[in-house]
Design a protein around this ligand. Structure first.
Ligand code: DAH
Length: 358
């Protein structure tokens, strides 16, 4: 075969190769050790010098042309393969506008977002702690020593340690241990809220073994009960989106606060059901008080220099009061119909300007 015919054959074959494997096979038949082009090159060895001088550039040009065509085809096939892969792995991140979104945000998540938005506006940061907590953070540091009767009120779940050694672990019974972790982990002034899951061995229409609380704490110089009252009033007005919220502070007892107050909010009866606002009756909504000096000292701070207030309340209960659910257990049933009725749109991000729950 002449070099011209071979060149035409090879270039046509290269052009019609559809896969990288077929192209590689072609490369071997043409340029491999005993490939057709290589054989031409090898034949130069048997020629006399004059003929070789004449023929060599022709053979070299053939080899060049074939190698260049293979390279170009290879680049094209690789680009096509990449384009096909990118097209097949593409994800459409846009929401289908014509179709209503299927999922919805659970009221507890929504209320936690609302609370975070309200307190962020007041300069509070969100703090976290572990759900499997040690006895010291959950109780002792909060001025609930072993054998203290308050421990019995918590119906604690204990966690067995595999090594059987060290401190006893519990599923945290409240979000208050986050107070301790925060005071030990950062310097005052401190303003935090800590929303999260808590656990108690209790189950009926108004109690579930896992539920949600939110803790709040301020530690600074010169903090007094007036700051607590203003903060709670501002928070509850923003949360329930009403200006006529009335608070009643009742003396109470918590081991980690002194003095301690329980906070009731006034409700009125509208068409036979309770609505927050007014003062036809009172409903307890949170526990709070001035952080006990002993708790501040347990965290390595000087109670003569630093004071603060704290409060804690149930997120589930706040959600029920605001959005009118009456059975706590439904929150955890994962019933799609309930969720569709009470859930929120993923696009409904709470903002203060829009009304947090709007
Ligand atoms: N930890 C309390 C509970 O679970 C709630 C509570 C009361 C938290 C008073 C506080 C507080 O921070 O000051 O019942």
């Amino acid at each position: 075969m002449t070099t011209d015919a071979l060149r035409a054959d090879l270039l046509a074959a290269i052009d019609s190769a559809t896969t990288l494997e077929a192209l590689e096979a072609l490369r071997v038949t043409a340029l491999g050790k005993s490939g057709s082009v290589t054989l031409f090159m090898k034949s130069l060895g048997g020629m006399d010098a004059e003929a070789r001088l004449l023929i060599a550039p022709v053979f070299q040009a053939l080899r060049e042309a074939v190698a260049t065509a293979i390279e170009a085809k290879k680049t094209a096939l690789e680009a096509a393969a990449l384009a096909a892969r990118l097209a097949s792995e593409q994800i459409d991140l846009s929401l289908p506008a014509a179709q209503s979104p299927r999922g919805s945000v659970h009221p507890i998540s929504q209320v936690m977002d609302e609370l975070s938005e309200i307190f962020a506006d007041l300069g509070f940061a969100v703090a976290e702690g572990p759900e499997i907590e040690d006895d010291w953070h959950n109780f002792t540091a909060l001025n609930i020593p072993p054998e203290h009767p308050a421990r019995a009120m918590h119906d604690t779940f204990y966690v067995r340690r595999e090594d059987g050694e060290g401190e006893r672990m519990v599923l945290r019974t409240h979000t208050s241990p986050v107070q301790i972790r925060t005071m030990m982990g950062q310097k005052p002034p401190i303003r935090i809220i800590a929303p999260g899951r808590v656990y108690r061995s209790d189950s009926d229409a108004t109690h579930t073994p896992m539920f949600h609380q939110i803790e709040g704490m301020v530690i600074d110089r010169g903090i007094h009960l007036g700051h607590l009252k203003w903060t709670l009033e501002t928070f509850l007005k923003a949360f329930f989106e009403r200006d006529d919220i009335q608070l009643r502070l009742r003396p109470s007892y918590f081991p980690f606060t002194e003095p301690s107050v329980e906070v009731d909010v006034g409700y009125s009866i509208v068409n036979g059901s309770r609505v927050i606002g007014g003062a036809d009756g009172w409903m307890e909504v949170l526990g709070s008080g001035m952080v006990h000096p002993r708790v501040i000292a347990n965290c390595g701070l000087d109670p003569a220099e630093w004071q603060g207030f704290a409060f804690g309340t149930g997120v589930d209960r706040l959600a029920m009061l605001k959005y009118g659910m009456d059975d706590l257990r439904a929150f955890f049933d994962a019933d799609f119909r309930w969720q569709r009725h009470y859930g929120f749109s993923a696009l409904d991000v709470p903002t203060l300007s829009g009304g947090v729950g709007a």
